[in-house]
Design a binder for this molecule. Structure first.
Ligand SMILES: NC(=O)c1ccc[n+]([C@@H]2O[C@H](COP(=O)([O-])OP(=O)(O)OC[C@H]3O[C@@H](n4cnc5c(N)ncnc54)[C@H](O)[C@@H]3O)[C@@H](O)[C@H]2O)c1
Length: 265
């Protein structure tokens, strides 16, 4: 006999759950932290910056959430270990991770250096902590449209490589961690209007910069608000049987563009 149907609204609730967001001082990471608090969760943010955007300080009183900020460099082992330990101490447990720390470098492949790729050790620490707790969890990794196709005019080979790695990593981890009831999914945003994007745009000639705004079929840049629904969904029990999935959030750019078709890998 089929199970009786359940209400869906409570499944989106993050009440009483604890999350770590890296790179949450601003941009997409901060939007994720804010959305988690709005949905009832508590959040610890690790970021290399001394302090987060001012709004971070209002989250606790506005949403009744427990919040914690620690300055940490996720590519420095000692700094990450210290920051992560402090975050766990403040939160008590970790039920989910959004690793949003990242950098984008738009310059020719032949000029890129050994150091210009992202590392992913916070995922390792979060997995260890969740396995130790034994109560499962959810990770939402930030892949990118650049994980699926190279766009003419974008010279971001190292970034493409790292996001392609994040995309495949999420699948490998989803399979490996499923026995621990830890789900691992990705979102693949297109062009998101953030400081990162402004830096990439500034490195481009005006025609290429403008192309970022007009090439999505929905004909605009996205913003962090376009992403938070998917992040909350994937962190929540509403997605309890969803793992190794990717949600493209591109305004349709992954399916086609005014400049010709982009094929999704
Ligand atoms: N903006 C876009 O168009 C876009 C598109 C697809 C994916 N993404 C991904 O989304 C994520 C967030 O990007 P964003 O647009 O919000 O960028 P952003 O530059 O606005 O924010 C990135 C944050 O990461 C932090 N950070 C960078 N290096 C760090 C380190 N070593 N240790 C700790 N913190 C560090 C920065 O201080 C910053 O707060 C990134 O992984 C990015 O690759 C962005």
């Amino acid at each position: 006999m089929a199970p009786s149907l359940e209400d869906i609204r409570p499944a989106f609730d993050l009440k009483g759950r604890n999350f770590i967001v890296t790179g949450g001082a601003q941009g997409i990471g901060f939007a994720a932290a804010r959305a988690i608090c709005e949905m009832g969760g508590n959040v610890a943010v690790l970021d290399i910056q001394e302090k987060p955007v001012d709004e971070f300080d209002t989250l606790s009183s506005h949403f009744g959430a427990k919040t914690f900020y620690v300055q940490a460099d996720v590519v420095n082992e000692e700094s990450l270990n210290r920051g992560f330990a402090q975050a766990v101490e403040h939160l008590g447990t970790v039920d989910g991770l959004v690793p949003a720390a990242g950098i984008a470098i738009d310059k020719p492949f032949v000029d890129q250096t050994w150091d210009e790729f992202t590392r992913i050790q916070e995922i390792n620490l979060a997995a260890k902590q969740m396995i130790k707790q034994g109560s499962g969890g959810s990770m939402v990794l930030l892949a990118s449209q650049t994980a699926h196709c190279a766009i003419p005019g974008h010279r971001m080979a190292a970034y493409n490589m790292s996001k392609g790695g994040v995309f495949m990593l999420s699948k490998a981890l989803a399979v490996e961690l499923a026995p621990h009831n830890i789900r691992v999914n990705t979102i693949s945003p297109g062009f998101v209007d953030s400081e990162m994007l402004q830096r990439v745009k500034a490195a481009k000639i005006p025609r290429e910069a403008q192309q970022m705004e007009i090439s999505p079929p929905m004909k605009r840049l996205s913003n962090a608000n376009d992403l938070t629904g998917a992040i909350v969904y994937l962190l929540s029990d509403a997605a309890r049987f969803t793992t190794a999935a990717d949600i493209p959030i591109t305004g349709g750019l992954h399916a086609g563009t005014i400049d010709g078709l982009i094929y999704y890998a």
